[in-house]
Write a protein that binds this ligand. Structure first.
Ligand code: NAD
Ligand code: AHE
Ligand code: ZN
Length: 378
């Protein structure tokens, strides 16, 4: 069949709206009609060409929600009509990692996912004729196993969370990455305790959900750090108690500013930008003896973090998180419930709703710092 899609033909170029071919689901796979998709900074990162796993041409997008339209042979946990959220971190419940219960980084399909193909090694997306100079292939690659910038996409059964049917697609798509990553980093990875002090670097689509998570678990002081003063109001609405603008206090004074606010250092910090200098600041602003800093931001290939080992010798911990440590098929339906029950808020963070034709505007708004989340509605 045909589907409309925003195709990334090459790095650094705007997406192109095309009608392309999509093959039906093979055994163990599911055809999903994507109803809405968020635009996450990671999509921009890969489109920029900085992602070592970035392949072109590809259909980007990994923050979607939709409806099952066809299931392949052997699919047992989903049926036509089910509402689903695609999972770039699947949950097979059979691999060593899933069985360990120590991590959400399911390994069942990670290798093929990183190569832009389905588990059988092929792509379901095609264009009529090869369109990339020098290429004889008309295949278009999948992205993070999701490719939600296509109206129809195919995913393995283990990469879909079944969710309740009364939840609005144009809101819950954000649970497919940003909401779960931010709240999960606090709850699953850091395990922030009530009364803790928390510093959040970067108050965008992820950082604001870290703030929301920190408030949810009863953190005491929640300090936000961002160079965009326009982020302060929304961050305060979501629970931030103190705002530090590096351009006001001095970019080399941020650690001191946080230590002053927290009697020597934050119990927890979160880097939600993807900037290795900030990662260092985030570690070093935490408290001697027990401070834990969580890296969420994705830094480009070739970038490295550094600190004086003494920072770790004296008890600070440096950790990272992917998808907020969430086990998608188990945890994502619960987070949708939290939203529907009013335990978490998502609506104010969705600042722009766009049509597929306007998807490049969504990237522009992100780069200009004017949006928190843009959602494309099909
Ligand atoms: P975003 O663009 O919405 O937000 C980034 C924020 O960082 C903006 O508010 C911006 O003003 C701020 N910022 C930029 N430079 C800064 C600086 N020098 N000091 C302070 N603040 C600064 O991006 P997002 O969608 O929230 O994503 C944030 C990062 O998290 C990206 O690197 C993304 O790839 C990554 N990410 C990781 C995971 C994961 O599972 N680990 C999941 C989703 C996103
Ligand atoms: N291919 C990238 C990896 C970037 C990355 O770390 N991705 C996160 C999710 S970001 C969602 O917005 C992730 O899940 N990582 C774990 C994994 O297995 O990819 C690169 O830089 O190499
Ligand atoms: Zn994302």
């Amino acid at each position: 069949m045909k589907t409309r899609a925003a195709v990334a033909w090459e790095a650094g170029k705007p997406l192109s709206i095309e009608t392309i071919d999509i093959e039906g689901p093979k055994p163990g796979e599911v055809l999903v009609e994507v109803m809405a998709t968020g635009i996450c900074h990671t999509d921009a990162y890969t489109l920029s060409g900085a992602d070592p796993e970035g392949l072109f041409p590809a259909i980007l997008g990994h923050e979607g929600a939709g409806i099952v339209r066809e299931v392949g042979a052997g699919v047992t946990s989903l049926k036509v009509g089910d509402h689903v959220i695609p999972l770039y971190t699947p949950e097979c419940r059979q691999c060593k990692t899933c069985l360990s219960q120590r991590s959400n980084l399911c390994t069942a399909i990670r290798a093929t996912q990183g190569k832009g193909v389905m588990p059988d090694g092929t792509s379901r997306f095609r264009c009529d004729t090869p369109r990339v100079a020098g290429s004889t292939s008309n295949a278009i690659m999948h992205y993070m196993g999701c490719s939600t910038f296509a109206n129809f996409t195919v995913l393995p059964e283990i990469a879909l969370a079944k969710v309740r049917e009364d939840a609005p697609f144009d809101v819950i798509c954000y649970i497919g990455c940003g909401v779960t990553t931010g709240i999960g980093a606090v709850v699953n990875t850091a395990k922030v305790w009530p009364g803790a002090t928390v510093a959040v670097f970067g108050l965008g689509g992820i950082g604001l959900n870290v703030i929301q998570g920190a408030k949810l678990v009863g953190a005491d002081k929640i300090i936000g750090v961002d160079i965009n003063p326009g982020r302060e109001a929304m961050a305060r609405e979501f629970g931030m108690t103190h705002f530090v603008n590096p351009d006001s206090v001095g970019r080399d004074k941020v650690i001191q500013a946080i230590q002053d606010l927290t009697d020597g250092g934050a119990d927890f910090s979160f880097e939600c930008v993807g900037n290795t200098n900030l990662m260092r600041q985030a570690l070093e602003c935490t408290h001697r003896g027990w401070g834990t800093s969580i890296i969420i931001g994705v830094a480009a290939s070739g970038q490295e973090i550094s600190t004086r080992p003494f920072q770790l010798v004296t008890g600070r911990n440096w950790r990272g998180t992917a998808f907020g440590g969430a086990r998608g098929r188990t945890d994502v339906p619960r987070i949708v419930d939290w939203y529907m029950e009013g335990k978490i808020r998502i609506d104010p963070l969705i600042t722009h709703r766009l049509k597929l034709d306007e998807i490049n505007t969504g990237f522009d708004l992100m780069h200009k710092g004017e949006s928190i989340r843009s959602v494309v509605i099909y």
